[in-house]
Design a protein. Structure first.
Length: 65
């Protein structure tokens, strides 16, 4: 019996970014569902959201003194 492939950190990051911008391909989405784990994507999504919000706050604080 063949062991299922696991997705690496780079692949999870790419999928998270693509999902955030809505540009995920159907092939990659199917790969995520078959090879990925939900908890990895949830954690990556939370981290991405936190970094995105912090980056926006930093930009706003730099522009508006």
């Amino acid at each position: 019996m063949e062991k299922p492939r696991r997705q690496g950190l780079l692949s999870i990051m790419q999928s998270t970014l693509a999902a955030a911008f809505g540009v995920q391909s159907n092939r990659k989405r199917e790969q995520d569902f078959t090879e990925g784990r939900a908890d990895h994507f949830i954690i990556a999504g939370i981290i991405f959201t936190a970094v995105f919000v912090l980056a926006l706050l930093l930009i706003v604080n730099l522009v508006i003194p």
